[in-house]
Design a binder for this molecule. Structure first.
Ligand code: ADP
Length: 623
């Protein structure tokens, strides 16, 4: 549209020239018309004056007309008329009061003297005594005539003057009109020439005016196309120059604004792309216009797939909400547990995009993945319920024992010590559990710091296992619950493996796993302990020949309170927290703990810790 070629006749250029020329022409016309009119009137006036008889001739004629001797008078009149040498007059008649023609000047030389005038106007003048004038047009000869009939009065000293005759004059007006026409022709010619020159000048001038306008038009068209490189040439400091300057400024501003918008858009794109929340923007009708990567990922769609589709369908909430409801609710709408195609729980937060006037342009929906949050919440609730349950069981059994003692069992020397022992054991277990819970809680809160030292793991592992061997030896006077025979086999690397660990905590972990191995092993089982190194890890493993565990349980046994066989664990005094604590401790060491087990055959627990081999001299160099 902008680039439509302008016809020359449609251009301002032409219009200015045309208006200018027309104005010039009109001005000439008006001036000419007034001038010609005045000239004609003036000429006519002069002409009329020139054909009127002078006063002295009139009085001479009056004298002759009042003479009684008409023949003599007629001769005198003839003489008087002959003296009048007026070329303008083509017909002249002297008529007496009776209407008889007494003298004449006639171009046709056909004498009518003595005849009665047939002209009615003459009669009128003779009767009324008032001058009569008329302009006539002879169609045959195509000529205009001026006719004047003037009464002649006999003014004999007193007031009563009488009409004694009339002078009839007929004069050809063409000479007057011819001269006026000549002037008119000159005038029109001059006007046409002036208009033509004016038009040419106007074209030149308007060209000077419209050239900058034309340039500005082209520049604005370029701006509209997004090309800001051009500049309008500034020809002067007049209004057009200022306009050109304004166009140049506009061009710069538009460019700046455009660049601003562009970089803003890029920034927005970047923000949207890197947001950890999904963002969907729609138009007024709820059709999706923008969707970021995260939203696509959460909803398992591609941007092209959903662009233009209704947000209700994409979020699968058409049966719960309408676009109107989303638009009209000024508050944010939170859709909990919005089921996406994946096993994810998304929280959709809707807000409106509005113009300053309040007009709603669309909706923005922010999708927040709350799966993890929900999982943590669930786990927390589960944990609280587990703790309560774990504490209630021993307390209930203790109460029944105490009740029994209270009801008289304390007197029974055989039962009483057993009951008291069970109560004590349950109390011990509860204390252990609460201690375990406390240390787990401290680790959760990040309050536990490792007391790291460089330890030869070969030596440490050996030391721990030696303690278990010794426990076996003094088994007879031991008060522990575990009274079982077992053999510990060692399969260790010869190398000293120096690792940086919190010795007490690692001892606690190995103790726990060893205790479990003994707990869940048959009497006389062999427990094989291995120590080996990979290029950046040391791995300790403890294998038993016990019950083992079903494969599906393996993933869970490091969870808090998780026990494969609850009754058995409890009977053995287990808290169900040992492996959970072990896992936390090993992970604090940036290590890993896992289990491999075959049901009925036994289990192997592995602990791997990061290890960096020191050159022989390194240790001594440090000191
Ligand atoms: P508990 O105090 O019950 O032993 P743990 O956290 O130490 O708690 O162990 C969790 C569960 O893992 C135990 O209840 C048991 O079912 C299983 N478990 C642990 N070690 C072994 C093992 N060596 N053999 C078989 N099952 C085991």
């Amino acid at each position: 549209m902008m680039n439509k070629k302008l016809h020359f006749f449609q251009s301002i250029h032409f219009k200015i020239a045309l208006v200018f020329a027309l104005l010039l022409f009109l001005a000439f016309q008006i001036v000419g018309a007034v001038f010609v009119q005045r000239l004609r009137n003036e000429n006519l006036k002069q002409f009329k004056q020139s054909v009127e008889m002078p006063a002295y001739v009139n009085s001479l004629l009056v004298t002759q007309l009042t003479e009684a001797d008409t023949t003599e008078a007629n001769d005198k009149i003839k003489n008087i008329l002959e003296d009048i040498n007026n070329n303008n007059i083509s017909d002249l008649q002297i008529i007496d009061a009776k209407g008889v023609i007494r003298g004449e000047i006639n171009v046709n030389n056909r004498s009518v003297i003595g005849q009665k005038s047939t002209n009615t106007y003459v009669k009128q003048v003779l009767y009324s005594g008032r001058t009569f004038t008329q302009t006539t047009y002879n169609e045959r000869t195509n000529q205009r005539y001026y006719v004047s009939i003037t009464p002649l009065f006999n003014n004999n000293g007193n007031n009563n003057s009488t009409v004694v005759g009339a002078i009839y004059i007929r004069a050809n007006l063409e000479s007057v009109y011819d001269s006026v026409n000549d002037v008119t022709v000159i005038f029109v010619t001059a006007a046409l020439i002036a208009t033509a020159i004016g038009l040419a000048l106007a074209i030149l001038i308007s060209n000077a005016i419209t050239r900058p306008i034309d340039e500005m038009k082209k520049q604005t068209a370029r701006i509209a196309r997004g090309d800001y490189s051009g500049q309008v040439h500034i020809y002067g400091s007049d209004e057009l120059g200022q306009l050109a300057q304004a166009v140049n400024n506009l061009s710069t501003r538009v460019q700046e604004a455009q660049e601003g918008i562009e970089s803003e858009r890029r920034r927005l794109d970047l923000i949207l792309a890197h947001m950890s929340d999904g963002v969907i923007a729609t138009d007024r009708g709820g059709k999706i216009t923008i969707i970021n990567e995260m939203a696509c990922e959460s909803l398992d769609v591609t941007p092209d797939e959903v662009r233009g589709k209704s947000i209700l369908d994409v979020l699968n909430i058409r049966d719960k909400y309408s676009i109107r409801e989303l638009l009209e609710s000024q508050d944010e709408l939170i859709l909990d547990e919005l089921n996406s195609r994946r096993d994810q729980i998304l929280n959709a937060n809707f807000s409106l995009i509005q113009r300053r006037s309040g007009f709603i342009i669309g909706i923005v929906c922010v999708l927040h993945d709350i799966t993890e949050q929900q999982r943590i919440d669930r786990e927390r609730r589960q944990f609280v319920s587990n703790v309560s349950h774990e504490l209630r069981t021993p307390l209930t059994s203790m109460r029944s024992y105490i009740e029994a003692l209270n009801e008289g069992a304390w007197k029974d020397e055989e039962i009483a010590p057993t009951f008291l022992k069970v109560t004590q054991e349950e109390t011990d277990r509860m204390i252990r559990m609460i201690n375990d819970l406390l240390s787990l809680s401290r680790m959760d809160l990040g309050k536990v710091e490792l007391d790291l030292e460089l330890v030869n793991l070969n030596e440490l592992f050996n030391y721990i296992l030696n303690r278990f061997d010794m426990m076996l030896e003094k088994d007879n006077n031991d008060t522990r619950e575990i009274k079982k025979n077992y053999t510990i086999k060692r399969d260790f690397t010869d190398k000293d493996l120096w690792v940086e660990i919190d010795t007490d905590k690692i001892i606690q972990v190995v103790d726990n796993i060893m205790n479990n191995a003994i707990k869940y092993s048959p009497d006389g089982g062999v427990i094989t302990c291995r120590l080996l190194e990979t290029h950046n890890h040391v791995i300790m493993s403890i294998s038993d020949q016990g019950l083992g565990m079903p494969k599906k349980e393996l993933a869970h046994i490091f969870e808090r309170f998780y026990r494969v066989d609850k009754a058995r664990s409890r009977a053995q005094g287990g808290t169900g927290l040992g492996l959970a604590i072990s896992k936390e401790v090993i992970e604090m060491h940036h290590g890993r703990i896992w289990v491999d087990s075959t049901e009925g055959k036994g289990s192997t627990f592995y602990i791997s810790l990061p290890y960096e081999e020191y050159a022989e001299g390194d240790l001594w160099d440090e000191e």
